[in-house]
Write a protein that binds this ligand. Structure first.
Ligand SMILES: [Zn+2]
Length: 72
């Protein structure tokens, strides 16, 4: 078995995850470039467990939600 199907993160189309697909996990070079551009503009965020933003936006339990940094 080869050719696992994944959804293109950019357009959601089904893509065959294969060594021959050099743009994986994207369906095409176009989607890959769009995604890279989004990263460069910081429009695209993934929930990283050790993200600094996550720590700042999620107050610890027991800690009063003062000094919030919501200026974005
Ligand atoms: Zn795509």
């Amino acid at each position: 078995m080869k050719g696992r199907l994944v959804a293109c993160p950019q357009c959601g189309r089904n893509v065959v995850w294969d060594a021959a697909n050099r743009y994986r996990p994207f369906c095409s070079e176009r989607c890959r470039l769009i995604d890279l551009g989004a990263w460069a503009n910081e429009n695209y965020r993934i929930p990283a467990p050790d993200s600094k933003d996550d720590f700042e936006s999620a107050p610890e339990p027991g800690e009063p939600p003062t000094a919030r940094n919501d200026e974005r």
